[in-house]
Design a protein around this ligand. Structure first.
Ligand code: SAH
Length: 272
């Protein structure tokens, strides 16, 4: 009987695949992450998905001015409260439904070993929603996703995530992390990326329009852009000519600036 109860307890505590729970257990990696010279005594940290608090422990050692941790899983809360009450502000919410902009400011560094199944959604949220203020984002992704974010025009990984990220941020890979540094061990390696907002971004009135343009074009990833461009601009030849595009190219052959040009023309058209 006792054994059964014990077993049940264990089952309940088992990491949840559905929430992308792969806890970082490698102390050398945890140390390396917080040694990145972006943290200082002015820093306010917001950690997404603290899990069992492994990274949180190290972040607190950097003595930030403030630290908020946002964890969706209720089952992990008790442990987080025991470990960090008085040291961190613990928020039990879903980051995708989180809009408390007031805890973000220009000294905020958003950190997270992101749940892999929603990591791109989380990144896109911080790209498109201008109400979030921060100094930098430091996120861990599966390596394949990181490569897509970093990809350059004309490469096979180049796509919506590369365009949106590179429109808004200077993106830098800090280092790769082996699968064995996590528990449970994921199937693939991870990479940690640092995002710092560009001071001079290509001006787009509403970044959601850039998102829309990339979505329409990359829906036809292998096709020439002619059809999608005609669709976006409702066959308006004058505007299309004005853009000076080679319509025989494919979505992967247009650089970030060209996407921005298309988005800003689209905005012009919408307001006229
Ligand atoms: N930072 C920890 C855990 C990373 S695993 C470590 O490195 O060890 C990802 C964490 O994100 C898990 O704790 C998971 O419960 C949490 N999570 C998953 N979806 C979330 C969401 N929508 N909002 C907030 N946290 C989420």
């Amino acid at each position: 009987m006792r054994q059964l109860i014990l077993q049940k307890k264990l089952i309940k505590k088992r990491p949840k695949k559905s929430l992308g729970q792969n806890f970082l257990i490698d102390k050398n990696i945890l140390k390396r992450i917080v040694e990145i010279n972006i943290f200082n005594s002015e820093s306010e940290i917001i950690e997404i998905g603290p899990g069992t608090g492994n990274l949180t422990d190290y972040l607190i050692k950097k003595k930030p001015k403030k630290i908020f941790i946002i964890e969706k899983d209720k089952d992990l809360l008790k442990n987080l409260v025991e470990k960090f009450s008085g040291k961190a502000e613990i928020i039990n919410k879903d980051i995708l439904k989180f809009f408390e902009y007031q805890i973000f400011n220009k000294n905020t560094i958003v950190v997270g070993n992101l749940p892999y199944n929603i990591s791109s959604q989380i990144l896109v949220k911080f790209i498109l929603d201008n109400n979030f203020r921060f100094r930098a984002l430091m996120f861990m992704f599966q390596k394949e996703m990181a490569n897509r974010i970093l990809a350059k025009v004309n490469s096979k990984d180049y796509g919506r995530l590369s365009i949106l990220s590179n429109w808004k941020f200077r993106v830098k890979k800090l280092f790769d992390i082996k699968a064995g540094s996590f528990n449970p061990r994921p199937k693939v390696e991870s990479s940690i990326l640092l995002f710092i907002e560009k001071t001079e971004k290509f001006p787009i009135r509403d970044s959601k329009n850039l998102e829309k343009i990339t979505r329409i074009l990359f829906n036809q990833r292998r096709k020439k852009i002619r059809k999608s461009i005609n669709y976006i601009f409702k066959n308006n030849k004058k505007i299309i000519n004005n853009l000076n595009l080679n319509l025989d190219l494919r979505p992967q052959n247009l650089d970030v600036e060209t996407y921005c040009n298309i988005a800003s023309k689209y905005e012009e058209l919408k307001t006229n």
